[in-house]
Design a protein around this ligand. Structure first.
Ligand SMILES: [Zn+2]
Length: 254
């Protein structure tokens, strides 16, 4: 009788533990399946995330100027003056909203630079070149040093009137010459994080793939207006303007 009840007890324990293990396995695989389903859903979502419907390569917001595509003549557009600097009139409202948003979040900003004509860019470029030569450099090294910090005339995006150098006041106070580390300030981080809400993107990203595409090192202060829909798409997919235009080009060829 004793042995039987012992055996019965043992059997109950075994059955119970099997049930418990079984339960955990089921519930665990349940969560795994749910996780997988969620992952599948997001990847499906990403795949079906098509390019913005009404965007065209020829849209004024997507005008591309870079080292590979420099311009020899000035671009004509309506200019307005903001803080003694000129911008394309079409981005005046978005820029004002962008800066008002920053101010609401507690960050005052300075518009450091905006539209620059090719002629002005040439002046800045030549002054730097002459300065380097006056410092004893030969022509080649003087040119190299100048071009490491200043765009050759015609290749700067500032001539579009759609690009601005925008800095949090505290970041600018510490780094008046605009350096990448400005992004250690919460003000600059706010600008970078929220730019797309106002139609801007941080134009020159920090990863090597982006730098290879833009030909320009990371700039935590240079924002470019592309319109809200384009900006959101570019940020979501981590695309430079060069890469985004390539995608649009490919889609148009299909
Ligand atoms: Zn700039």
């Amino acid at each position: 009788m004793k042995t039987r009840s012992k055996l019965l007890g043992l059997a109950i324990i075994i059955i119970l533990s099997m049930l418990i293990i079984g339960f955990f396995q089921v519930s665990h695989s349940g969560t795994t399946n749910k996780k997988q389903q969620r992952l599948q859903k997001t990847s499906v979502k990403n795949q079906s995330n098509a390019l913005p419907k009404h965007t065209k390569l020829s849209d004024w917001q997507l005008l591309l100027v870079n080292k590979q595509q420099p311009r020899t003549s000035e671009i004509s557009f309506n200019k307005v003056t903001v803080d003694d600097k000129q911008i394309d009139q079409r981005i005046a409202r978005p820029l004002a909203n962008f800066r008002a948003g920053a101010k609401n979040a507690g960050y005052d900003t300075t518009l450091v630079s905006a539209y620059r004509s090719i002629a002005y860019q040439a002046e800045v470029y030549n002054t730097s070149l002459k300065q380097n030569e006056a410092n004893g450099m030969n022509k080649e090294s003087a040119k190299k040093l100048t071009e490491s910090v200043i765009q050759t005339p015609g290749s700067s995006e500032h001539q579009t009137g759609l690009a601005v150098d925008l800095a949090g006041n505290d970041a600018l106070a510490k780094y008046p010459n605009l350096v990448a580390q400005m992004d250690t300030f919460a003000s600059q981080q706010w600008l970078i994080k929220h730019a797309s809400d106002y139609g801007f993107v941080l134009r020159y990203l920090a990863d090597s793939k982006s730098i290879a595409q833009t030909g320009i090192d990371y700039e935590s202060w240079h924002f470019r207006y592309v319109g809200v829909i384009n900006a959101k798409y570019m940020v979501q997919h981590h695309l430079t303007l060069e890469a985004y235009r390539d995608e649009l080009k490919k889609a148009a060829q299909k």
